[in-house]
Design a protein around this ligand. Structure first.
Ligand code: ADP
Length: 246
């Protein structure tokens, strides 16, 4: 692992990777990359590479797990053994179990589960290359995979983290900022601005948390725009694509 940098933000206000404090890393998405899944999305965000696949709605077995009035949504976050510098031991860990739980809950208000009683909707998020912010990248990919699978949703979910380095709040932490920074605050929200995931590692004052949430909100707005562009290029008409460019 590299050593702690002396400074994270230079005299021009730029970070080690050249971004401003309120700028997210470049993000590209490709939908429908897996022919066997009902919906899928491959997403790159900075050096993160994530693949999301959705299966369902399909009948849930064993039947005792079925919910009589709605579908069960299962979310599994997993890091590939080769996704980090040192090999990760395959199989669930405390970290991946926790991330799977909170990430699945991030979709709670948007997925219209009531249409599919007794069914299951499985969301798999596989991190192929990790570089800080993988849970947020996975949520952004999973949203598009859910739409690709035709799951009825009230809207999209976007996610990004805010952190603190050199005493300043920064949007979408890169790896050195994540490793050596003072705080990491991953957030997910709906298009209505309802926060559906909020975790925190490190130290922030109450005022910094309020400002950090506002910063994450702006990051999520940029991500919603990227997600919508991907959706329009896959499902939209030429007229709708023109409208988006204006
Ligand atoms: P997130 O990826 O959502 O930011 P963490 O803050 O837990 O989650 O992890 C930050 C980064 O640390 C990851 O993106 C990854 O690059 C690295 N990392 C996480 N877990 C491991 C691990 N078990 N081994 C090596 N690197 C890891």
């Amino acid at each position: 692992m590299s050593d702690k940098p002396e400074k994270f933000i230079d005299e021009n206000g730029l970070r080690l990777d050249g971004r401003r404090v309120d700028e997210i890393r470049p993000m590209t998405v490709e939908m429908g990359v897996l022919s066997r899944a009902d919906g899928s999305c491959y997403l790159e965000w900075g050096n993160n590479k994530v693949l999301a696949a959705v299966y369902g709605p399909r009948e849930l077995h064993p039947r005792r797990l079925q919910r009589p009035s709605e579908a069960l949504v299962r979310y599994r976050y997993n890091m590939a053994a080769f996704s980090v510098e040192d090999r990760i031991r395959p199989g669930p860990s405390r970290r991946s179990t926790e991330i799977s739980k909170v990430s699945g809950e991030a979709f709670e208000p948007v997925v219209m589960k009531q249409f599919y009683p007794g069914a299951v909707i499985d969301v798999f998020a596989e991190v192929l290359q990790a570089d800080a912010g993988t849970r947020t990248a996975a949520i952004n990919a999973a949203t598009l995979a859910l739409v690709d699978a035709g799951i009825p949703m009230k809207g999209l979910v976007a996610s990004c983290a805010v952190g603190k380095v050199d005493g300043q709040l920064v949007l979408d932490l890169n790896k050195p900022e994540d490793n050596y920074g003072d705080a990491d605050l991953p957030i997910a929200m709906t298009e209505d601005g309802e926060i559906t995931l909020l975790q925190m590692d490190g130290n922030l004052t109450a005022d910094e948390i309020t400002k950090g949430i506002e910063m994450a909100r702006k990051g999520c707005e940029q991500i919603f725009a990227i997600q919508k562009e991907a959706l329009l290029s896959k499902f939209g008409t030429a007229d709708e694509e023109e409208l988006l460019k204006e």
